[in-house]
Design a binder for this molecule. Structure first.
Ligand code: KIV
Ligand code: NA
Length: 272
């Protein structure tokens, strides 16, 4: 049996072969991700990606648990990490612990991820000291979109010190890795050099210790969402559109179902 990847394994990969991470929200996609990735992340991006919400702010703990359970059923080797949604951890370390405990107990995930730098350090320390591995997330933190004024690059110019200080604070608090989102290339490399824990970049740098993308984005399941940092490895949205159009046309022309898809009234040596 294959031993699942644990927080200590990820931590030990600092400076080694790049860590490969993708999001997943369903069992079949989790099975595919599990074949190729070190970390499967149930991101709160699921609010936008699979539920059509305008941001991640409306995502609930119950949604994360439900998708976390589905992804867990398709995960055997990769490390399963689940995002703590907006409002489930910011009030106090005790609130964060209670909700992280539910995520772990009800999904079997190996770690949680939460957004925030210096101001979340006390909470990260509280969870880590009580047995909950924490992946941190600094730079662009989408749950703070209203405070940040949009999904902008973080840490340009004089703002670089703030992002560096956030990354150093989550490391000091005991996080086993940190996501850098929309942080410029050079700053991402400086943070990666300054930290002893792996940095996992999204819209960051090839110099990070690992990379993460939203699965549906890199598969091209959307047709109209094309941020600069997403490389499309497939155009599944177009493929699905063509398939659905072909189905609709064949139904309207009575070409589907064909003779091979229907059940004869009398069996002539075929299986029932
Ligand atoms: O919610 C998410 O998918 C994420 C990753 C993109 C890092 O937080
Ligand atoms: Na997220």
């Amino acid at each position: 049996p294959v031993r699942p990847v644990m927080a200590a394994d990820i931590r030990a990969r600092k400076g080694g072969a790049p860590l490969v991470c993708l999001t997943a929200y369903t069992t079949p996609m989790a099975r595919l991700v599990d074949q190729h990735c070190d970390i499967t992340l149930v991101g709160d991006s699921l609010g936008m990606v699979v539920h059509g919400l305008p941001s991640t702010l409306g995502v609930t703990l119950e949604m994360m648990i439900l998708h976390g359970q589905a992804v867990a059923r398709g995960t055997s080797r990769a490390m399963l990490v689940i995002d703590m949604p907006f409002g489930s951890y910011e009030e106090s370390p005790a609130q964060a612990f209670a909700n992280a405990r539910r995520l772990m107990a009800e999904t079997g995930c190996a770690a949680v991820k939460l957004e925030g730098g210096r101001h979340m350090a006390e909470t990260i320390r509280f969870l880590v000291d009580r047995g909950i591995p924490v992946m941190a997330h600094v730079g662009l933190t989408p749950q703070a979109v209203n405070a940040l004024g949009g999904y902008k690059v973080q840490g340009r110019g004089a703002d670089a010190d703030r992002v560096m200080a956030d990354a150093q604070a989550v490391e000091a608090a005991g996080a086993f890795s940190v996501v850098l989102e929309k942080v410029p290339d050079g700053l991402s490399r400086r943070i990666t050099s300054a930290l002893e824990i792996p940095t996992i970049g999204i819209g960051a740098s090839a110099g990070c210790d690992g990379q993460v993308l939203v699965l549906d984005d890199m598969l091209g399941l959307f047709t109209d969402f094309r941020p600069k940092f997403v490389k499309r490895y497939a155009e599944l949205g177009h493929a699905a559109d063509e398939a659905i159009a072909a189905y609709a046309a064949e139904v309207r022309a009575r070409r589907f179902p064909g003779p091979e898809h229907v059940f004869p009234d009398e069996l002539k040596g075929e299986k029932p």
